[in-house]
Design a protein around this ligand. Structure first.
Ligand code: C5P
Length: 401
């Protein structure tokens, strides 16, 4: 999704600059073309040689060439870009930017931008929470700059707090998903379940399914980058989001998932049930590890798990409900029956008929079903499918009960 994009990376003088060669490498691997502009202080942390080798382009770090006296055309550099990313962006550069100062090549190029500019502030915790910094951040937003908030974690000072630059993988996800959803999602509260539940047989074994949580995480990350407040309820062992900044709750069984969802459901605008919830659990879970004996196979009594989705659907509600279905035969016909039975507003059908769809792969083939329409989406990456589903959801309405 970043293929062919021109990204101008502006690096300023913070310790997190050491992460930028990896960021450039990942952006290039995603198909983007990257040019780099640096402040003189950035070069204390990372060398122009490293940056030019990984980006495949010369690195601009001055306003003119001191040897020849030739002026460097920062205007063209900014106009070349489809997106400008300033990472790491120091407290000093932030202050200079909001005042319109042009003291280095990064600021000059940024002031010439016609494309979106994303700031990735990185600093020590106390600098980040300082009123002056927060005022400058607010002002930067008012000026139309976009901000990727720093992560919480260990900082160069040895303190633990807010201020870490997100890891390169997380920044690439941000840039990939940036402004890809309808503005409808801005400020929406989104609850999504993800992964496959585990139902215990004994303290050691469980039964589960092949769900990895990739689709659930793709939905959560897409909504989060585009301004939604996201809670992901994910099962143990399933994919953990790369992006920070979402509320993340871990559960194991269908019953735990039901409790976690039901106690929160009313606080959300959209609920997406991407998790593969076990239909049955074992009634007589062994308290000790089941031993292999010569007296035959162990037997289990089964009980039906609650249908979480259905119980969320058939009531007066203010949230829009998105369900998922995986069918292995007569898919569309089965899915339409399921749509009615589950009472959802939108049902996303995956079929096992399509290679590259369903469990464990990075692509998916989905058909979206509503009460009056059926939309078949192309086979695409789970990230692209997540965006299409969420953009579709933005056009839907809640069934009145
Ligand atoms: O009935 P089936 O398992 O095919 O339905 C799939 C949809 O129902 C998914 O959205 C899944 O998260 C949800 N589900 C549920 N509770 C269950 C079983 C499935 O919420 N016990």
């Amino acid at each position: 999704m970043l293929a062919g994009k021109h990204i101008l990376l502006g690096i300023t003088g913070g310790i997190a600059a050491y992460k930028t060669p990896e960021l450039i490498r990942l952006l290039k691997a995603a198909g983007a073309e990257v040019k780099v502009v640096c402040s003189p202080q950035a070069l204390e942390f990372v060398t122009p040689l490293t940056l030019s080798v990984v980006s495949g382009n010369p690195v601009v770090h001055a306003l003119y060439d001191p040897n020849s006296g030739e002026w460097i055309n920062h205007v063209n550099l900014a106009l070349w870009a489809d997106l400008i990313v300033l990472a790491p962006f120091t407290v000093n550069s932030l202050s200079a930017l909001v005042q319109g100062k042009t003291e280095n090549a990064v600021l000059v190029a940024t002031l010439c931008a016609r494309c979106p500019v994303i700031l990735v502030p990185a600093m020590d915790h106390d600098m980040w929470v300082h009123n002056t910094t927060q005022r400058n951040i607010l002002q930067a937003k008012e000026l139309g700059y976009h901000i990727i908030e720093p992560d919480y974690g260990s900082l160069a000072s040895g303190l633990v707090g807010h201020g870490r630059m997100p890891e390169p993988e997380a920044l690439v996800i941000h840039l990939t998903l940036f402004k890809k959803l309808k503005p409808w999602w801005l400020g929406k509260r989104f609850l999504v379940s993800s992964g496959g539940t585990r139902e215990a047989l004994d303290p050691v074994r469980f039964i589960s399914n092949r769900s990895t949580g990739k689709m659930g995480v793709a939905l959560a990350e897409a909504a989060s980058v585009n301004g939604a407040h996201v809670t992901i309820i994910r099962t143990k062992g399933s994919k953990i989001p790369t992006l920070k900044g979402m509320e993340c709750i871990e559960v194991e069984t269908a019953l735990e998932m039901q409790t976690a969802i039901q106690e929160r459901a009313e606080n959300y605008d959209v609920i997406g049930m991407a998790a593969a919830v076990a239909d049955y659990r074992i009634a007589n879970v062994n308290t000790q590890k089941i031993k292999k004996t010569s007296e035959g196979f162990p037997t289990f009594d089964w009980i039906e798990n609650p249908d979480i989705l259905k119980s969320l659907a058939f009531k007066k509600r203010n949230y829009l409900l998105l369900g998922f279905a995986l069918e292995s035969k007569q898919s569309l016909e089965q899915a339409k029956i399921k749509f009615e039975k589950k009472g959802v507003d939108v049902l996303a059908l995956n079929t096992l008929d399509n290679s590259g769809a369903g469990f464990e792969v990075d692509t998916n083939k989905v058909t979206l079903i509503t009460s009056d329409s059926t939309h078949e989406l192309e086979l695409k990456s789970k990230t692209e499918i997540a965006l299409e589903i969420l953009n579709f959801v933005a056009t839907c309405t809640i069934k009145s009960r």
